[in-house]
Ligand binder design. Structure first.
Ligand code: URA
Ligand code: CA
Length: 441
């Protein structure tokens, strides 16, 4: 087989065979095919697209390029969750303990934050001594003991995706649905859970800026998961504004604890209930969604989800006093109030721009090597559709650098668009995608 012929076939609009896909993935991963040929192929795929069969074959080839995390030693049907990335998205830290408290094993290998989006591992490291690196054996044993484990990817998972993603990033070939879907799903499928819920974000802070693209991405990912033999469902949810009120690592852990105790922001709570109810259904823990919602709400009311989070922290060597008393979490030296100079209603609150402000304060990473300030971030005091009077506090900036905080204060005033009430009130969940249908609410 010749790489030249594979590039030419795709350039001319042809369909690549399973063998051809396996050939280029395998030989690119082991260094036998140079970047320039794969760059040309990626551009041909970007322009001429791949069909469902090709996309599934590409995903499988990437899964098999590295280690597969065998979780068959975990008892019961185990569930996994993935978000396509957002701002202030604290769901994993709330959802995991809720689902685990219902008796369903929650297995999650998470990532770190990059750019304007945060990462669960960084957030959890705000808790003193919390260990995100677990061996596969610990991951399995912990889950069997307490139904939950959240750790980094220690195994060599999907090396083909790592190389391809890095190349796509510099060749303007990221934004292709087949390439994004196969990239995300290969990483999920290499970890052998029984069911996956995908939270496809749409809006200013997300990869997908419009609903049609988000639905198409969700459909493609559900098809890949299902085609691979894994129960997969996707929700399409709002990332036009940040989720919850807190953006920043320690601030989001505090927010997660608030939700687990029943005091957190409604949107974060509602999203976790919806994601959780699908997971309980997929794990066959309940017969219908009402029963699932009742059980999940019960874990908040009776504090079992909160207790589960403490158990998780204990099992991963974290100091549980940081959960019991969130005042101990890293704290910024300055807290600055951002006040409104206008009155009316919040019309928009661009999530990506808020994410960039948090990044500028040190809450995020510019590159994979940057160090982050766990205490820095933003607490939103107003969100889209809220009424605002002149002088009302829009947000609080938590910072250790006063000059940066002043710059961010100016920016936040510009990011809040205040005016007449929006004609339609905002939506949190736009729709659900299963293997059989797309339902838009
Ligand atoms: N996230 C991924 O992991 N891969 C993509 O291609 C895009 C987003
Ligand atoms: Ca949040």
């Amino acid at each position: 087989m010749r790489m030249y012929d594979i590039i030419k076939k795709k350039r001319d609009g042809g369909e690549l065979s399973t063998d051809e896909i396996n050939y280029f993935v395998e030989n690119y991963t082991n260094g036998k095919i140079p970047d320039y040929q794969i760059s040309a192929l990626l551009m041909a795929i970007y322009l001429n697209k791949m069909n469902k069969r090709e996309t599934l074959d590409l995903t499988k080839a990437m899964v098999y390029s590295g280690d597969i995390v065998d979780l068959s030693k975990i008892n019961g049907l185990k569930v996994d969750k993935h978000s396509t990335g957002g701002v202030g998205d604290t769901t994993t830290i709330v959802l995991g303990p809720m689902v685990a408290a219902c008796g369903v094993p929650f297995v999650k290998m998470s990532g770190r934050g990059l750019g304007h989006t945060g990462g669960t591992l960084d957030k959890l490291e705000s808790i003193k001594d919390f260990r995100v690196e677990l061996s596969t054996e610990e991951f399995i044993n912990n889950t069997n003991d307490i139904n939950i484990s959240i750790c980094s990817q220690t195994a060599n998972i999907t090396p083909a995706d790592k190389k391809l993603y890095a190349l796509r990033d510099v060749t303007a070939t990221v934004e292709n649905i087949s390439l994004i879907a196969s990239s995300i799903m290969s990483k999920k499928l290499a970890i052998e859970s029984d069911a996956i819920i995908l939270d496809v974000k749409v809006g200013s802070g997300a990869f997908m800026k419009n609903l049609d693209d988000a639905i198409n991405l969700g459909k493609e990912m559900v098809e890949i998961g299902t085609g691979y033999g894994r129960e997969t469902i996707a929700l399409v949810t709002n990332m036009d504004e940040p989720l919850g009120n807190a953006i920043g690592n320690a601030l989001e852990v505090k927010e997660a604890i608030d939700v687990l105790k029943g005091n957190g922001p409604d949107d974060l709570h509602e999203l976790c209930i919806k994601l959780g109810s699908i997971l309980l259904l997929l794990a066959k823990r309940v017969k219908n969604e009402d029963e699932a919602k009742f059980l999940l709400e019960e874990t908040i009311r009776n504090r079992s989800a909160y207790e589960k989070f403490i158990e998780l922290v204990k099992y991963q060597d974290g100091d549980i006093n940081y959960v019991k008393n969130p005042e101990l979490l890293p704290k910024a030296n300055y807290i600055i109030e951002v006040k409104s100079k206008d009155e009316g209603y919040v019309k928009a609150l661009n999530a990506e721009e808020i994410g960039k402000c948090a990044l500028a304060l040190g809450a995020g990473r510019e590159t994979m090597d940057s160090k982050i300030d766990l205490s820095a971030g933003i607490i939103l005091n107003k969100k889209v559709d809220d009424k605002v009077e002149i002088g009302d506090i829009l947000a609080y900036i938590h910072a250790n650098n006063i000059d940066k905080a002043k710059e961010v204060e100016k920016k936040i005033k510009e990011i809040f668009i205040i005016g007449d009430k929006n004609k339609e009130s905002k939506k949190l969940i736009y729709g659900i995608i299963t293997k059989d249908e797309v339902e838009i609410f």
